[in-house]
Design a protein around this ligand. Structure first.
Ligand SMILES: Cc1ncc(COP(=O)(O)O)c(C=O)c1O
Length: 445
């Protein structure tokens, strides 16, 4: 019998855990190393989502383990008004990576960093309306969840007053098209801001955006979009907040995703990848905005702000990213992975689209028999099959879209493991293709 079928474990889990969303994978995870997690039978499962999109340098990287042990023994947590060397050093290092964003505050989670950013934008502008994309995810706390439109809005009462949204551009399913059928995002953006202007009470404070909407189905903002969005914000006296929880620290092939576009946001939030799996987040802004906020009495005083342990981890993450040239690696291995996925798209009708950048890719699963209509159920079957075969892939299911696999392995993943993962995806597609999704061979119809 598999040790994963531990009756007492699952009974206790059912009895005592609050279910916070989705279902639990059918395995008990005992440990993790590099690009793999290991279940109770010590079966290696290739982790194509870096934990919760966070284990940027792989699980249990020796440098991170060593840093945690050393810093824990020195000082982990302090009175929030005390400073330590790792905090100031990390602020300095981050500021050097994002010219113009000289001021940094270190926090714990992504939602928290977005709370801090939105709070700062409101105080600095003296306004309260916050605009976000209709397929966004910025976190589960008050202001962050009010700016989250991809899930979780029903049943919790009113969102923050002044929560506004515009559609996220989707090149695979365009709402506005050029004559050749391609996405006309400029017209879409103009149209969206006309609606914002109609709805606004004259109190637009900020737009908050992910450069690649991850939970929204790996929708990449087209080149030029961020520039145009920043201009829309500037025209209205709003700030642009970029949430690089998942895209930050090299995953898309530049240190920050906004650097591809040459657009610096007014406020940048980082989480997930900067702690590589430990709870570390950051908000960064310009000296001018921070000075204004401070003059107006900006308050974001939390228990774990400026804690030395996570800051030391953040420094170790930046060291590993630099020493192992992981940003360049994200480009190289990302090309290998996307080439492999595109080859699979040639073979399997149910792969509607492959998109994304660097090692942050999306694969949209559609129903080939229904003119490419969304097919969440098929995606879920492929994911379950892959898991049985030793590959963990996250799938998002959104109204109007197919199931979208979010593929973001650690940047330290080997070429062999990329190929292994592609092989398992192919086998899983073959296995479910009995019901007719393969383009080659295996019974269609
Ligand atoms: C883009 C983005 N921002 C913010 C968050 C929230 O981060 P956390 O769950 O650490 O609060 C997430 C989480 O998935 C995210 O993907």
């Amino acid at each position: 019998m598999s040790k994963n079928d531990d009756h007492a474990f699952w009974t206790a889990a059912r009895k005592h855990l609050i279910r916070y969303g989705g279902s639990f994978d059918p395995a008990i995870i005992e440990r993790a190393q590099g690009s793999y997690v290991y279940d109770a039978d010590d079966r290696a499962i290739l982790d194509f989502t870096s934990g919760q999109m966070s284990a940027l340098v792989g699980h249990s990287h020796p440098r991170i383990v060593d840093t945690v042990q050393r810093q824990m023994a020195k000082v982990a947590h302090l009175f929030s008004g005390m400073l330590s060397r790792p905090v100031v050093e990390l602020a300095e290092r981050l500021a050097a990576l994002a010219p113009g964003l000289d001021r940094v505050m270190l926090l714990s989670t992504g939602a928290e960093s977005n709370e801090a950013a939105i709070r700062m934008a409101k105080l600095v502008t003296g306004r309260h309306e916050i605009v976000a994309f209709s397929k966004s995810w910025h976190g589960m706390t008050g202001a962050a969840s009010s700016a989250t439109y991809s899930a979780g809005r029903k049943g919790y009462g009113p969102a923050m007053v002044g929560s506004l949204t515009i559609p996220a551009p989707n090149a695979f399913r365009p709402r506005f098209r050029h004559a050749d059928g391609s996405l006309d995002w400029k017209t879409e953006l103009d149209d969206a801001f006309n609606l914002i202007d109609s709805q606004s009470t004259g109190s637009l404070a900020a737009f908050i955006a992910e450069p690649i909407l991850s939970s929204g189905g790996m929708l990449e903002l087209p080149l030029g979009y961020l520039t145009a969005l920043k201009e829309k914000c500037r025209e209205r006296g709003m700030l642009l907040i970029l949430d690089e929880a998942q895209t930050g620290i090299g995953r898309t092939g530049t240190m920050f995703a906004f650097q591809r576009d040459g657009v610096t946001p007014d406020i940048l939030t980082l989480s997930k990848t900067i702690g590589a799996g430990l709870p570390l987040a950051a908000i960064m802004t310009t000296a001018e905005i921070e000075d204004t906020a401070h003059d107006k009495g900006y308050l974001f005083y939390t228990t774990h702000v400026s804690d030395p342990l996570p800051a030391a981890v953040g420094l170790a993450v930046l060291d590993v990213v630099a020493e192992e040239a992981l940003v360049e690696r994200a480009v190289r291995l990302g090309n290998r992975l996307s080439d492999g996925l595109r080859q699979l798209q040639q073979r399997f009708d149910c792969i509607g689209d492959v998109r994304g950048r660097g090692l942050m890719l999306g694969v949209e699963i559609v129903n080939p028999g229904a003119a490419g209509a969304a097919d969440h159920e098929l995606g879920s079957r492929i994911a379950a099959e892959a898991f049985r075969r030793g590959l963990s892939m996250n799938i998002v299911k959104l109204p109007g879209m197919g199931g979208v696999f979010r593929i973001a392995p650690p940047l330290t993943i080997s070429e062999d493991d990329i190929d292994l993962g592609l092989g398992i995806i192919a086998q899983s597609l073959e296995a479910v293709s009995v019901s007719g999704v393969a383009k080659t061979g295996i019974a269609a119809e």
